[in-house]
Design a protein around this ligand. Structure first.
Ligand code: ADP
Length: 556
């Protein structure tokens, strides 16, 4: 027997219309290139989104067309988000920090019809425009005057386009399964692949993220997404903030600037912020140096790569800011797990609490998880067994866009995340590694993430990466690459001794390289792929001697 309830479609349009009616007066503040700080309200944002949808229709965009963006987080980008998706078009956010060759590949693969670009990215596109056959023209996200001198064919100014558009737009009734957004994986381990989100997936994902033990954002919050809007829809914050009516603060191009972020947080009284670990390193270093405080900030959501304990401790002890660790990926819209304390957290012993805190948390309702061995057999949730982490759920990718390789999941619907993890009896997941980053030493696995977290806890270390470097005897051995904090010093021996008693002896890296900086991906994550490439000629000094040491220790 079927239920007898209304079959209303779950669409982003319903989020927009809800926010317009209920939260129209709530503010959106943006740092932009043409105006240092821009302020308006949700009401204004959606009125302009309607104009933009009308303008796109005039430009010939039809349902399903991909509209690309190369832009930082600001109000115009937000307008493009809602205008495209709610008009039945697909908002294709492109990461402008990728190599030009990758950007070209992505635009061609997506066959974008129009590209909306911040003025700063015009030169990037000018060099490749002749090879972008699907692109009818370019809209420059700024006031009148940019298009004419851009050198881009069929270029239009965003503000002129909006001013000339009809003020109202008749938003279509959309099927919740229709596509609304497209994001390519960042290609840290492979060629970028398109993940095509549906309205239904993003609405359900937004519900999941908003839960109290998730992002827990409410009407009184002021939210700062430091995670870029081209990085998996800024983890759904633009949609979630609109659902609950939180004030949105958009950092524009100032994401990596600790001082600018601190100023923005203080001036706009930001209560919740979200971003990858690297951006917080910059903010914390600035706060340490300046002695500034951020009294309004209550919570910081950190994901995208492992959050070191040192960041959590500094936020909590020095600033009273609670850190929520989360895990996910482009193929999961992106959130899979959130870390919130369990019911018995307060009664747990200190080390157990930290083990729980440092895990990536438990699956959000809607996401099922399991770990399997090489033969696909399910492994127990005992906190020890580690295997490939598989997921399924309504906001998990079923097939990549255009790749034509068929489903991305097993016959019974499980998607292999490419991560290796343990799950404890309460469901707390610890990411041991990326399958491609795990260090395979003599047939056994060493977690590079554990070693990195241990290294950054050393007072002299600002950032650390551990890769498996070739070893004549063990196949691979861990090589620690560190960037020291400004003014700090440490020797190779001191750093290696730091691991004593903290990890198994045979996990201790064989060597340390001191670098001025580590390579990062376009989303601010450590790029181990690039680091491995840079260090491909590296050989361990005295490999023989290390081999002897390991053998004498019995390797475990
Ligand atoms: P790409 O896979 O192209 O780098 P994603 O942004 O989708 O792009 O990255 C997802 C991956 O990032 C996950 O599979 C996982 O390896 C890593 N990751 C995300 N969050 C965390 C976290 N909290 N701890 C450890 N690794 C994480």
């Amino acid at each position: 027997m079927l239920g007898l309830m209304q079959d209303r479609q779950l669409t982003l349009t319903s989020i927009m219309q809800h926010a317009q009616r209920l939260h129209g007066e709530r503010e959106i503040v943006s740092v932009t290139a043409d105006q240092p700080l821009h302020r308006y309200r949700y009401r204004d944002a959606f009125a302009r989104a309607a104009r933009l949808a009308g303008a796109l229709a005039r430009l010939g965009a039809v349902a399903g067309d991909r509209i690309g963006t190369l832009a930082w987080n600001d109000y115009r980008h937000l307008e493009v988000y809602f205008a495209t998706s709610c008009a039945g078009l697909v908002c294709h956010t492109i990461n402008p920090r990728l190599f030009p060759g990758q950007i070209e590949f992505i635009i061609r693969d997506a066959a974008d019809r129009w590209l909306f670009v911040d003025p700063v990215f015009v030169p990037l596109l000018a060099g490749m425009q002749d090879r972008l056959g699907s692109v009818a023209g370019f809209v420059i996200l700024g006031p009148a005057g940019h298009a004419e001198r851009s050198g881009l064919r069929n270029a239009l100014d965003y503000e002129t386009l909006l001013a000339d558009a009809p003020p109202a737009f008749d938003w279509p009734e959309l099927d919740e399964r229709s596509a609304c957004a497209l994001c390519y994986t960042s290609g840290t381990t492979d060629n970028p692949k398109g993940v095509l989100y549906s309205h239904r997936a993003l609405v359900l994902h937004t519900y999941g993220c908003l839960m109290a033990d998730g992002m827990g954002i409410g009407a009184r919050d002021v939210v700062l997404p430091v995670v870029p809007m081209f990085h998996v829809n800024a983890w759904s914050i633009p949609y979630g903030a609109a659902v609950v009516g939180a004030k949105l603060v958009m950092p524009g191009p100032r994401m990596g600037d600790g001082a600018a972020l601190a100023r923005l947080i203080a001036a706009e009284e930001v209560s919740v912020a979200a971003g990858v670990p690297t951006v917080w390193l910059g903010l914390l270093a600035h706060l340490r140096a300046s002695g500034e405080r951020l009294p309004s900030l209550r919570r910081v959501m950190i994901g995208g790569s492992a959050c070191p304990r040192a960041i959590m401790e500094e936020f909590e002890t020095a600033h009273g800011v609670h850190v929520h660790h989360a895990w996910g990926m482009t193929e999961m819209s992106p959130v899979g797990t959130f870390n919130s304390p369990s019911a018995d957290f307060a009664s747990l012993p200190e080390d157990e609490r930290w083990r729980q805190r440092l895990s990536v948390g438990r699956p959000v309702w809607g996401v099922e998880l399991r770990i399997v061995d090489a033969e696909g057999r399910e492994l127990p949730w005992d906190g020890e067994s580690f295997g490939s982490l598989m997921v399924r759920g309504p906001w998990v990718c079923a097939e990549y866009f255009r790749v034509g390789r068929g489903p991305t999941h097993t016959a019974d619907g499980w998607f292999d995340t490419g991560d290796v993890a343990t799950i404890d009896p309460h469901g707390y997941v610890s990411i041991t590694d990326r399958a491609k980053d795990v260090i395979k030493s003599g047939g056994e696995w060493i977690s590079s993430i554990t070693l990195e977290n241990t290294a950054v806890a050393h007072p002299a270390v600002a950032e650390a990466a551990v890769i498996g470097a070739q070893h004549p005897h063990w196949d691979e051995r861990p090589l620690l690459c560190v960037v020291l904090r400004p003014g700090a010093s440490a020797t190779r021996e001191e750093l290696l001794a730091w691991f004593d008693g903290k990890v198994a002896k045979w996990w201790v890296p064989d060597d340390v390289l001191f670098l001025d900086e580590l390579p990062h991906t376009a989303t601010g994550k450590l790029s181990k792929k690039e680091l491995r490439e840079r260090l491909r000629h590296y050989r361990f000094p005295g490999a023989k001697c290390d081999t002897d040491r390991l053998e004498s220790e019995g390797r475990k």
